[in-house]
Design a protein around this ligand. Structure first.
Ligand code: PMV
Length: 310
């Protein structure tokens, strides 16, 4: 039995969503696959681009390479699953389309997919809303600070508006526009970057206005998405990106990439925690953007490009 949980692109509102503002994000057709085979000792197998390893959670033993912080999410997801559905002896095989920590919510997708696989293996059928809630508790256990955005979108799918507290998630009811994602190497994990932003907000109370402004951008963007006004969506993506710059998460590589693409796009911004990672681009002319991204990739970025949406 195999389950899938999608990765997530953030259209508007990341970081500010940690401080109570709404956000808009979409599930994509790539993500994390988990297979569950009942019986034997509890084992978790992973392959690239995650770690290449076999993990025995009960013995805390890992055989393999490239483990990093990844198994912290596995441990937390298994703990949450055990508390909710009871013990299970099984082998879980985890595959992912993207590596962790690139801004596409791979860790949320791992958490949601593992919870889904565990529940199906024990014969439970949790609702997407319950998976969203349990997935969020996994991220909180690992990161300390995390909004419910990524786990909600990975569990529920679609193009969602998320209000973090009290938690609510609603489909926007608009077609997902065509977009590209450029993946740059990222400096720091989500947890580290979110902690840096928190420290900066505490140090500089004037930045509260930036968080407020991001919240307002999300409300405007919601209207533009519903109206299918891509010029407006793109302009607001640019504004959101400059506001995220004030929080210290948009580095010069992202600014430079967006500058090169400017004539061919409605707008672009980081997706996720930032400092490189995923850069979301709304093309005016998809063919031109694809050619430029490919050229940039060969020239100096050495990154992958993902195309999604309509
Ligand atoms: O970089 P990602 O995909 O882990 O996304 C992080 C999104 C933040 O808003 C920065 C944090 C959060 O918990 O919502």
């Amino acid at each position: 039995m195999k389950v899938f949980a999608p990765c997530v692109v953030k259209f508007f509102g990341e970081h500010a969503v940690v401080y109570g503002k709404p956000a808009i994000a979409a599930a994509i057709d790539k993500g994390v696959y988990v297979e569950c085979e009942e019986g034997g000792e509890l084992r978790v197998e992973t392959v690239a681009p995650l770690s290449e390893a076999v993990y025995y959670p009960e013995r805390g033993r890992v055989e393999g390479v490239g483990v990093g912080r990844f198994f912290a999410y596995v441990d937390a997801a298994l703990e949450v699953a055990r508390e909710r559905w009871g013990d299970l002896r099984a082998t879980f095989k985890i595959k992912s389309d993207f590596p962790p920590s690139v801004g596409l919510a791979t860790s949320a997708a791992v958490s949601v997919a593992l919870l889904k696989a565990y529940s199906q293996c024990v014969g439970a059928r949790p609702s997407p809303e319950e998976l969203a809630r349990l997935g969020h508790s996994v991220e909180l256990k690992v990161q300390g600070i995390a909004s419910p955005m990524d786990t909600a979108v990975s569990a529920m799918g679609g193009l969602l508006k998320i209000w973090p507290s009290p938690f609510r998630a609603e489909q926007i009811g608009a077609e997902l526009p065509q977009f590209y994602v450029l993946l740059l190497p990222r400096r720091g994990t989500t947890g580290e970057i979110v902690a840096d932003v928190r420290a900066k907000l505490q140090r500089r109370p004037s930045l509260k206005a930036v968080v407020e402004a991001i919240g307002e951008v999300v409300e405007e963007a919601h209207k533009c998405l519903v109206a299918g006004d891509l010029a407006c969506v793109g302009e607001l993506m640019e504004i959101n990106n400059w506001l995220l710059g004030a929080l210290g998460v948009v580095d010069s590589r992202v600014v430079q990439a967006l500058e090169i693409l400017r004539p061919f796009v409605y707008g672009g911004k980081i997706s996720g925690a930032g400092r490189g990672g995923a850069v979301l681009i709304l093309p005016r002319d998809g063919d031109a953007v694809e050619k430029i991204l490919t050229a940039m990739n060969y020239a100096y970025y050495k990154v992958s490009i993902y195309r999604g949406g309509a």
